[in-house]
Design a protein around this ligand. Sequence first.
Ligand code: C5P
Ligand code: C5P
Length: 473
Amino acid sequence: MTKSLDESLSYFKDKILDCIKSKKSIFVTTHIDCDGLTSGSIITKALIRAGANCTVRTSKEFSKNVVESFKTDSRDFHIVTDLGGGFASELDSTLGDNWIVLDHHQIPDKEIDNQNVINAWKYGIDGGVEVCAGGMTYLASMALDEKNSDLSAIAIVSALGDRQDQGERKSFTGKNFEIANTAKEQGLVDIDLDLLLVGRETRPLPDALAFTSQPFIEGLTWNRDACLSLLNSSGIKLKEEGRWRVPAELNEEEKRQVIESITKFTSGKNATEIMSELIGYTYTFPREDNRSFLRDGREFSTMLNSCGRINRSGVGMAVCMGDRNKILREGETILRDYRKMIREYMSILSNERWRISESETCIMVNGEDIVPETMTGTISSLIAGSPKNSGKIVILRTKGEENTIKFSSRKSFGCNSDINLSEIMRAGAEKFDGIGGGHNAAAGAKITKDKLDEFLNYLEVNVVNVSSTSSSQ
Ligand code: C5P
Ligand code: C5P
């Protein structure tokens, strides 16, 4: 029989206490994105606090090879976070009972009764929006010791990184909401309704306005000069002590002036929609320095994503686990490099039109030889975020290592397709001996190169040529 969430968490606790008592070493394997780095850090920190002997590493995906590597590993017990869905039977046969998966990805039915799989969906929790791996590891850490409630702050960063802030005005729902409230009660986070400009703590005001693409404001988004002149004419002070001011420094009156100028600029056109997207909940960590990229939850999550995506996961984990010395400088450089790379890839993709094929409901993008494998998710999310692609499904592909092709798919804003991308990617990959899965609106797959044509045909039939329905999701 399937355990309840509480029963599973206490099962987890018993297993860990047994490891500690019998001096078994624990190996944590986690994903490279923001949710992976945060969940890996949360559980590792809780294990260290509990006195466990443990080490942690990251992996860009989970596969039979990763399970194989466990076979020869000298460590006794394995915890897998933000990865591992669909591999329960392999883990059982390789590791016996010495493993636990803490995750939020959709899993095949056959895994529901496996007690070592502690996955949100089993407990009626929507792992797409109500909790992510960071939240699941936070719950596990609380089962070990309630003193771990300070880790709730990092769990907020996970949920922001996985874009689970999908409630009204970018609020959280479900477990995420509860976790954010715990952090708030402890004074670890301030949750405010504010202007949602990208780079709240670090970007000069005109850049922040220009880089904010949700909402997309015709004439302002991506146009720094226009943003600068709008802000100048609004009368607010843009510089202070010889440096640019950042959005977090605006007072209430100045925010009102910015809103008024934007409304004037758009001559009232779509004003209600623009304002409803421009104002939402912000998550600020008051213990971090002003103008640090760790102070705003969304900027923190971008920094972590950038670490994993350019193979510097260790830096991101160190920051999550509390390192605040030289490592912060490294984080800043990584974030800068990451943003530059994104601009380069996006510019090539938009110039080389042959890479893009579009149907009424879907955009297929060939990113081979341009987009590195680790960046496919970032780039497909960005393409899906562009207003000209709204309503469509985006599928980006690129080359992976060892003759593989990696696919990353996203539903864009306003996409009302009934297709569940997680199911499409998992079933398709399985059909052609690959691996795939994820969420309804964001999923990926990997196949070998020789299966590419067949896989593209499969997508053609099951996604590209499927007309969208009017049902909402
Ligand atoms: O592996 P994982 O669940 O952590 O990754 C989910 C990915 O999907 C994240 O990169 C997140 O930003 C992206 N996502 C998205 N749009 C959504 C939900 C998730 O781009 N609506
Ligand atoms: O790689 P990408 O960001 O597109 O992945 C989207 C989502 O699909 C993530 O949550 C990722 O963990 C999941 N995924 C998966 N199996 C794969 C590839 C991606 O579960 N083979």
